[in-house]
Structure formats: structure tokens, C-alpha cells
Ligand binder design. Structure first.
Ligand code: FE2
Length: 89
């Protein structure tokens, strides 16, 4: 498995750093999807597609919430402060 967002050679990174990286990038992808679905829903004239897009947006919000729960698990190995985000739309 690879990531284009590593900023140091993979072989120099600990397993814990990679685990935290996976949790953070997954959270970022889910939040980005929330934004995309919301924008498309706002721009959509078809009511049924708009509902589907908003449904998908809510599911991505749920994924992001799950992702947030994974970060404290990854943090066990890197006990630095972690930003806490509250998702309320
Ligand atoms: Fe997702």
C-alpha cells in the first residue's frame, strides 16, 4: 500500500507513524467527500439526485466520525495532542 502524501522516505517511518498517517489521510478524504457532496447537492436541480447526494454527504460525515475514533488509537503510540473536530451540520 502506498501514499502520495508521505513527506519522508517510507522506510524511515515507524509503523506507528504510518498508522497515524492512514487515520489522518482517511479522515481528510472523508471530510473532502462531505464538501464535494454538499457542493454538488447545492448545484443540483433534480430533487431525487439532490436527496441522494445529501444522503451520501451524511454517510461521509459518519465515516469521518469513525475516523476520528481511530485517531486516539493511533495516538497511543504518539501521545502528542490531536486536534478534536466536532461535526455539526
Ligand atoms: Fe468515506
Amino acid at each position: 500500500m502506498s501514499s502520495e502524501t508521505l513527506h519522508a522516505p517510507r522506510e524511515q517511518l515507524s509503523k506507528q507513524t504510518l498508522t497515524l498517517h492512514y487515520a489522518i489521510t482517511s479522515l481528510m478524504e472523508d471530510l473532502e467527500a462531505v464538501d464535494w457532496y454538499r457542493q454538488r447537492a447545492d448545484d443540483c436541480d433534480d430533487a431525487s439526485l439532490k436527496n441522494i447526494l445529501l444522503h451520501n454527504m451524511r454517510e461521509e460525515m459518519e465515516h469521518a466520525e469513525f475516523g476520528l475514533t481511530a485517531i486516539p488509537l493511533a495516538k497511543k503510540c504518539a501521545p502528542e495532542p490531536v486536534l478534536v473536530i466536532v461535526l455539526r451540520f
